[in-house]
Design a protein around this ligand. Structure first.
Ligand SMILES: [Zn+2]
Ligand SMILES: [Zn+2]
Length: 447
């Protein structure tokens, strides 16, 4: 049984009726403040997004084909392309870092654009393409891991870093990369939930509103769907209270079948979970691994530089100190925040959220929800230093004059970024609100 006119907040599980029209407004959950996707399919700017996706694909090819930065020094020239950066890391025996950079800056953005175009183009003319579900799931899976905008910042940091040692010329690839960053940001504003609705409407060939009226009557009374009178009496009704479950991928609210070990979404086929299984245990394990990797990430050099027979190792903090002492303090602050503050912030905040959720604490719930969103948003920016290493290694290979290679600190640092991102994906924010609900139920029951 599906409830297409209901939405459950993906962060606190609270149930809402979809508003009739939300054009020009941003919906947010009244309890936790999370942004909600409530746009009706017909309101989505499909044509615009489709055109923008094609433009982004062309720009992507230009960004790949032309050098991003050129370096001239002592009559020698070196160029860095996106793929060249990956190749240099691979050749320098930093294969895992090369794979990370390849996936984040080339593979995932390309898959996202191709899959998105595959889905959007037929929807525009009222057709549902084969494997629609799988393709949209692919888009949702790769989107958090494509980091073109972080790579762009990495290029800018590298340019400033190189200006002192050589003549730096921005290549055509850099401008294409800048344009691609903006296009991807605009494409990402399209509400994917609305695409599922469009697909449903095409398949059913009838307005989705008809089903809703019957369901709303069933939901309206205490003898309806809700598992208990207590749940109905609270100010907040969550999907779990109502015996419903919202799909993580497409957002469709449907009846939760308790005696079924593995329930799949009736629309997109994803496995449904009332709460992510073993969420806290997995989060803690990933956080521990990230905290352990954070030590070598800071102690080991991220780059080895050999210049005129003189060898020098560069750690993350060493790099920040170099920028600071050479007068580039805004850059020192950017690198310090992205590489030192953000990973520590992620570790501390996620530990705090996990402990509070395990203890069932009702302390500052809205602030905790905001902290979770902050971690989700800023986590990717720590990848900055890995990209700077990749570009520097590609650019500085002037034979006996100067050569820079990646150090093992870069691998440890990349591991910290990925582990903390995985940890925040594994943490189920609904756990923050669960115990509060049950406490409210008890209070109301006592009255
Ligand atoms: Zn919420
Ligand atoms: Zn689904």
């Amino acid at each position: 049984m599906e409830y297409r006119k209901l939405i459950a907040c993906h962060e606190c599980d609270l149930l809402f009726c979809k508003p009739a029209k939300v054009t020009g407004h941003v919906a947010s959950c009244s309890r936790c403040g999370a942004g909600m996707t409530a746009a009706e399919g017909a309101d989505l700017p499909l044509d615009r997004t489709c055109a923008l996706t094609i433009a982004a694909l062309i720009t992507f090819c230009i960004a790949q084909a032309f050098p991003v930065i050129e370096l001239h020094t002592s009559g020698m020239t070196s160029r860095a392309t996106l793929f060249g950066a990956v190749r240099s890391l691979w050749a320098g025996d930093m294969r895992l870092v090369a794979i990370m950079v390849f996936c984040a800056s080339i593979l995932f953005p390309l898959i996202e654009l191709l899959a998105f175009l595959y889905v959007l183009a037929p929807l525009r003319i009222g057709k549902v393409p084969p494997h629609f579900n799988g393709m949209l799931r692919v888009v949702q899976f790769v989107r958090p891991w494509g980091m073109v905008e972080v790579f762009m910042l990495g290029v800018l940091v590298t340019i400033v870093k190189m200006v002192s040692i050589a003549e730096v010329i921005p290549g055509p690839g850099l401008f294409a990369l800048g344009a691609l960053t903006v296009m991807l940001a605009v494409v990402a504003t399209l509400d994917l939930g609305g695409l599922w609705d469009i697909c449903d409407e095409i398949k059913l060939s009838r307005p989705a509103g008809i089903r809703w009226q019957k369901i709303s009557r069933r939901l309206a009374g205490p003898n309806g769907l809700f598992r208990s009178h207590k749940a109905w009496s609270t100010a907040f009704v969550t999907a779990r209270d109502a015996g419903l479950v919202a799909c993580h991928t497409c957002g469709l609210v449907q009846k939760h079948i308790e005696d079924q070990s593995r329930q799949c979404c009736s629309r997109c086929g994803s496995v449904l979970h009332e709460r992510r299984p073993e969420s806290l245990t997995r989060t803690v394990s990933l956080l521990l691994a990230a905290a352990l990797a954070y030590i070598p990430a800071n102690l080991l050099p991220i780059m080895h530089a050999t210049s005129l027979g003189r060898a020098e190792d560069d750690t993350i903090l060493g790099g920040v100190a170099y920028f600071w002492t050479s007068g580039d303090w805004p850059l020192a602050v950017v690198v310090f925040v992205a590489s030192v503050v953000v990973p520590i912030l992620k570790l501390v905040i996620l530990t705090l959220l996990t402990v509070a959720a395990r203890r069932g604490s009702a302390w500052r719930l809205r602030e905790r929800a905001s902290l979770y969103r902050l971690v989700e948003r800023v986590g990717r920016w720590s990848m900055l230093d890995v990209f700077v290493v990749a570009l520097t290694v590609t650019l500085v290979h002037f034979g006996s004059l100067a050569v820079i290679t990646a150090g093992s600190g870069a691998l440890a640092f990349g591991a910290v970024v990925i582990l903390t991102m995985l940890a925040s994906h594994q943490f189920d924010p609904r756990l923050t609100w669960d115990n509060v609900d049950s406490k409210q139920h008890v209070l109301r029951g006592d009255e």
